[in-house]
Design a binder for this molecule. Sequence first.
Ligand code: GDP
Ligand code: MG
Length: 298
Amino acid sequence: MRRSGFIAISGQPNVGKSTMLNGFLKEKLAIISERPETTRDNIRGILTDKECQIIFVDTPGIHKPHDLLGKLMLSRAQSSLMESDIVIFVTEKRLALNENDRNIIERLPRPEEDKKVILVINKVDKVKDKKLLLPIIEEAGKLYPFNEIIPICALDQSDIEKLLIIIKSYLPEGPLFYPEEQLTDKSEHFIIQELIREKTLVFTYEEVPHSVAVVVDNIERDEDKGGLNIQATIYVERTSQKSIIIGKKGEMIKRIGKEARSDIEKFLGEHIYLDLWVKVKKKWKKDPGALEELGYTD
Ligand code: GDP
Ligand code: MG
């Protein structure tokens, strides 16, 4: 009998949850950026080998919601905690837990629910003297009966592999939930959208990144040139944001397109032509109809 189960990866924005997921799967599935609140949707990443199938769920960061989109993200994050067998709570190396960490610990499954909960302290490469981690380990252990407390650097693949061995040891016996070769529950469209959105986040500033949604409108095989023609639209909330995304003489949108194309080609393993459009959709983050149109449904 194989072992299998659902693992929720939860924690504050920017602590390295998507980096961990990509490390487990060795693929660029979850988008990564320096900015908090990058992940808007639960992404399931599926790892299948001879012994087990692990379904990782990368949850949007848990924080106080500011708008309808924020509320949707929080409810998704919480439902993935409820549905999982193992919860990995990720925090960054710090000298003490902060209020947000404590809030998340309060939302963790109660010990009597018999779920395994692992605390991962990430980014320890930033700590020269590892002894400095001891107080936070001790404090966390007093707040919650974690099954394990593990310091890692998610950028280091050998740390990821070690963590994987520990996770496997907690997996219950169970069936295959997905076909062996399936890597994610998300469509190609979704991943392509996220790869384009990531580039807009990396290259723009201030309020722009939070106002961006991307929709792939069409993917078509180009028989003459070979490869795929992909058309996508970048939605923003204001005209001023549209000008920023397009940039002087279209330089910004060219740069976004060039970088996104390179990632999408790696992901699909073939040549693509990327045609990007920018449109304004006012206050889409507060409008249920627009949220649904852009793929943010409950
Ligand atoms: P998420 O919001 O929790 O999904 O965080 P991300 O995975 O998007 O990571 C946020 C930022 O932290 C990115 O710039 C990552 O490259 C960086 N990061 C992630 N893990 C580590 C780590 O172990 N060490 C260091 N120094 N940076 C990391
Ligand atoms: Mg993330």
